[in-house]
Structures are given as structure tokens and as C-alpha cells.
Design a protein around this ligand. Structure first.
Ligand code: PEP
Ligand code: MN
Length: 351
């Protein structure tokens, strides 16, 4: 395993799923443009997008018809990610769900540049972990759906023997389920106590386990493992408030909790996204066609964009002396970021 780069912050951004070549290249171009500006601030930018999507449901109701759920674009998706990396000069991160699919990642991506993601649902699928452990790719492992158990985290990470870099990503945990299937008074009382933490939100998709960084940081066996935080899967996008909270916690995770990186879902056309549409953040708030998004119209709860998050992390890097860049340069780069807008011609917006 290679040494962790001191003071470097990693920002991984991109759609939940890579759905078409056009969508992948479009978001790849926008996101890499933003993250290349941040690079001088000791910020490593990466592009994410799932080609293999673990979905809870098997069928979805579309009007009166039931349809098989979208489970990813597979090998094609991996090819598009390779195109983003090649054309826009940005490493990519993508989930591998099964050991059978690793060959596609090995064929199209580059082990010394890209990351394989192991998702929450397969974080203890040991056959998969061993297989990934035999490749040189860097790995980001998500915490399981039941939450962070430090011993389990270490156990899973130890299977990655040959991998270049390792990251462990906090992505929230499921609410405890009332086995009666109903919300009994006792269960509600328990939930209320869990919600008492200042970092929990009733409308969030999962419980926010941001504070588990404390325990993980204290473990010597994780000294060389980067700790990342994924606010998108923690808060979801049930309400405008939750969408805003994703951006708030993306910043807080770095500037207040000391995480080494964040993963955020960014998709400028969430209205047509096939998965996790509600929780997508926008690359910038300029030149966005709001009718192509899932955002509600509460002007008080304007979502934060990737540009907002990146700007604050650049400021943080300057402030703590983690970069040779100074405040003067920051102002100029803020201006460039603020001027970014993509007024897409309509034919690019409709498939
Ligand atoms: C994802 O990153 O899109 C994803 C499915 O993550 P998780 O495994 O954390 O649910
Ligand atoms: Mn997702």
C-alpha cells in the first residue's frame, strides 16, 4: 500500500450511474473542469459513476406497467469512464459488484490511476474482496448498511493485499427496523433518542454516522487508510432541505471533522436520472435548466453546488497552509469558478 499524501484532500464527484456515453462525457467534462481548478490547492479530483448498480428493488411500477429496474450499463459504462479519464485527465472511481466483472475494469481502466469501489451491500463479500485484492487498483470500501464496526472494517480492508491505495468511506447506516413491521411506541422512543444527535435529520435517507471518524482515526491499523465521507447516500434528497444538507455536510466533513475526502453525487439532469435522482447535486447553479432537475421550488432552500463545496475546501486548504497557494490566487480562482456556466443547447438536454 502506498503512503497517504499528507494534507491532500480528495473530492470524488459524478452521477450515481453512468447511463449513456453522452451523459457520462457531459458530466465528465464539467466536473473535471471544476476539479482541475482546485488541483493547485492540494485537492485531488476524481470522477465517479456506477456502471454496475446494486438496486434494492427488482421491478418498478411505471404507470400500470411493471418494469425491471435499471441495474447499470455494465461493460459499456466502464468504457465511457475510461473515455472520461483519457479525454479529461481525471482518475475515475466505479463500483465493482461481482468478481466476474473485474476483468472489464482491468481491461479499460488503469490500475495505477483509478479506484474500484466496494459498495455497502458487498462490503463483506469476501470472495469479491479477495479477487479485488489481487489487482493493483486503489480501492474505496463503503461501510456496510448496518453501520461502522471498526473490527469489520479492518477485516475487510485486510483482504486488499496488492492494492495501491485504500480508502474507507462513511456512507450512513440504516435506521433500526422495528421487527413488528410497525412503529411501536417503544421503537419510536428509540428512534427519537437516535435523532437527538445534532447531526440527524428525520427526512434523511440514513442515519448520519459522521462521528465514527473519531474511533477509526484512533486505530493504528488504519493509519494508512484514507477516510472519506459520502453525504449523498446519507441524506438522500427527499426534501429541498436534505438536498441542501448534502452540500453543507460535504464541506463540514472536511473542514470540521477532518475527513481526507468526500464522494458526492453530481448530475445536472436529475429529472431523467435512472437512480438516486433526488439526491443529485449540481455542478454549478449557473446555466442549469431547472426543468431538467428534480429540485423543488423552495427559493429558501437553494441547493449547494459542487462549485460551492469546492470553493470552501480550497479556502480551507489555504487557511491551514496545506497548499503553497495564497489568498490572492484564491480570489482569482473563485472568479473563474463563479464564471463557469453551461447553457446547454436543448437537443443535448433531451435524449
Ligand atoms: C453508490 O455509490 O452509488 C452506492 C450504491 O453506494 P452504497 O454502496 O454506499 O449504497
Ligand atoms: Mn447512488
Amino acid at each position: 500500500m502506498s503512503e497517504k499524501q499528507k494534507d491532500e484532500i480528495t473530492i470524488v464527484a459524478g452521477p450515481c450511474a453512468v447511463e449513456s456515453e453522452e451523459q457520462t462525457m457531459d458530466m465528465g467534462e464539467k466536473i473535471s473542469t471544476i476539479l482541475h481548478i482546485a488541483a493547485s490547492y492540494n485537492i485531488r479530483g476524481m470522477f465517479r459513476g456506477g456502471a454496475y448498480k446494486p438496486r434494492t428493488n427488482f421491478v418498478v411500477q411505471n404507470g400500470s406497467r411493471s418494469e425491471k429496474v435499471f441495474e447499470g450499463t455494465g461493460e459499456d459504462g466502464v468504457k465511457w469512464l475510461a473515455q472520461v479519464a483519457g479525454q479529461f485527465g481525471i482518475p475515475v472511481v466505479s463500483e465493482v459488484m461481482s468478481e466476474m466483472d473485474i476483468r472489464h475494469f482491468a481491461r479499460y481502466l488503469e490500475a495505477d490511476r483509478d479506484f474500484l469501489q466496494i459498495g455497502a451491500r458487498t462490503s463483506q463479500a469476501f470472495a469479491l474482496l479477495y479477487e479485488v485484492g489481487g489487482y493493483g487498483f486503489s480501492v474505496v470500501l463503503k461501510n456496510p448498511q448496518h453501520g461502522v464496526d471498526p473490527a469489520e472494517a479492518v477485516g475487510s480492508l485486510e483482504r486488499f493485499q496488492k492494492n495501491k491505495e485504500l480508502a474507507y468511506c462513511i456512507r450512513g447506516q440504516k435506521r433500526p427496523i422495528d421487527p413488528s413491521g410497525e412503529n411501536s411506541a417503544e421503537h419510536l422512543a428509540y428512534l427519537t433518542s437516535l435523532h437527538a444527535s445534532p447531526h440527524q435529520y428525520r427526512d434523511a435517507r440514513n442515519l448520519n454516522n459522521i462521528a465514527s471518524i473519531g474511533k477509526l482515526r484512533s486505530m493504528p491499523s488504519l493509519d494508512n487508510v484514507s477516510l472519506w465521507y459520502d453525504p449523498s447516500h446519507i441524506f438522500g434528497g427527499k426534501t429541498d432541505e436534505m438536498r441542501r444538507t448534502i452540500g453543507d455536510y460535504a464541506k463540514k466533513a472536511i473542514t470540521e471533522f477532518g475527513y481526507d475526502g468526500i464522494i458526492v453525487e453530481v448530475n445536472d439532469r436529475s429529472a431523467t436520472a435512472k437512480c438516486d435522482a433526488d439526491q443529485a447535486m449540481f455542478s454549478t447553479l449557473r446555466g442549469i435548466d431547472w426543468s431538467q432537475t428534480k429540485v423543488g421550488l423552495d427559493p429558501e432552500q437553494k441547493p449547494l453546488s459542487l462549485v460551492d463545496v469546492v470553493k470552501e475546501i480550497m479556502f480551507y486548504q489555504v487557511q491551514r497552509g496545506a497548499t503553497t497557494m495564497l489568498h490572492g490566487a484564491l480570489e482569482a480562482d473563485y472568479k473563474t469558478l463563479d464564471s463557469l456556466r453551461w447553457d446547454l443547447p436543448l437537443e443535448r438536454l433531451v435524449h
